[in-house]
Design a protein around this ligand. Sequence first.
Ligand code: NAI
Ligand code: MG
Length: 489
Amino acid sequence: MTTEPKNVQHFINGEFVDSIDGKTFESISPIDNAVIAHVAEGSTADADRAVEAARRAFDEGPWPKMSPTQRRKIIHKAADNIEARLDELAAWETRDMGKPIAESRSKDVPRTAYNFRFFADFAEQQHTEAFPKPWENVFTYTLRDPVGVSACISPWNFPMMLASWKVAPALAFGNTVVLKPAEQSPVTASILAECFAEAGMPEGVFNVVQGFGPDAAGERLTTHPGVDLVTFTGESATGRIIMANAAQTLKRVSFELGGKSAAIVMEDADMDRAIKGTIDGIFRNQGEVCLAGSRLLVQRSIYDEFLARYIEATEALIVGDPRDSTTQIGPLVSTEHLDKVMSYIELGHQEGAKLMTGGQRVTTGELAKGNYVAPTVFADVDNSWRIAQEEIFGPVQVVVPFDTVDDAIVLANANRYGLAGQIWTNNLNTAHKVAQEVRTGTMWVNCFFIRDLRAPFGGAKDSGIGREGGKYSEEFFTESKAVVVQFPS
Ligand code: NAI
Ligand code: MG
């Protein structure tokens, strides 16, 4: 791959364009903090231009009226193009946000293609309800129409994959889209636009506007009267702002927000699987995972033994250049985020947690140029401490002991988030009890990170509003219409 910085533009109305005012910003690689791309910086005016294109494509273009089968063909062609560019896309994802290349190649890029295929196929199978009342000669049925212009605002931790959870159902159900990728990881969204353009997508149906949120392109998408719905993944604090901004024009919103999910390990768990799963649960993607099991609750009877083995497994993780195929932990996305994670480690010390391993940056050789943090484990943590309550979003685990399953459930629920969770046990009753009583969007039993795209995905409490996946996405991205027919008796 070239080391020249790439020029990344907006994609509006079927064309790659610069910002109206010509402004750009730099995308920095967390590997060495070098500039890897000059990116068009979208202003309010650029967002307006993208929304106008999407509006026209929705109101006058062929896309919403096409059959799902016709749409499916184009979306599958785009997925073919994504797969054909696997190496390039994976390399950019890794350079732009630091995720290990093994992940980008085996998960992020293939799953992005799969998400498009899944929703294109799902939409083709669409069926609706009927409410017949033959005794009154009245027959009511529903139609589902696309909603309109969808603003899709995505985060940097799984840039393409999380964008595709939004863009794929939006398009498959006949909406038009303006995607605003995160400013930390802009590059692959622009390549995605190429994949769609080359697939024969009609102009204006899929648009990408690059840039920042507040007072810029992102915010404008949430206030523009021409936007019908906003789907957002990011921080809970941002979700609050977006909801307030979108209220003026009564937009439909769907939010996937932060988490601080409890991973509960019972004394009867399969210890090997529990260690492997809860290590993956916090350290995958350097801990930059909304679903992370970032509060590890361990039953006191096995606490010491479990912890000793957990530390051993943590210390075996390979921190390194994410372009190296053996690397398991790459650099944190930005120096700002690095500072935030390091400040939480400092806070852990202040709150009285016991540092078991890690706790510092990794600066050996070339790694000194990047944002690397050693996988860190704090033990003997009190669930009420800030390091156990707030989302750190880095490779920092906090371990909290408990006595009974009821105690564990109380601890799991004593947090403002409710995104996910794990229960590690060989007792069927315990598994179901925890799944039932923890207030959360997803509960994994003896596993982590597995997702079926037909199942609801989203968060309880401060972790979100609405659900994505299969028919849940269909609900959000379509407008139900009741058609009432009465015929003469
Ligand atoms: P963020 O909230 O800072 O930014 C996310 C996106 O929103 C970016 O594209 C940003 O430019 C845009 N944005 C920021 N302010 C805006 C505004 N006022 N109006 C419109 N757009 C705005 O989140 P970040 O730091 O990029 O991502 C990390 C967060 O995302 C974590 O809190 C994590 O838990 C959450 N997340 C949640 C997931 C879920 O499915 N629940 C999945 C992945 C991440
Ligand atoms: Mg970047």
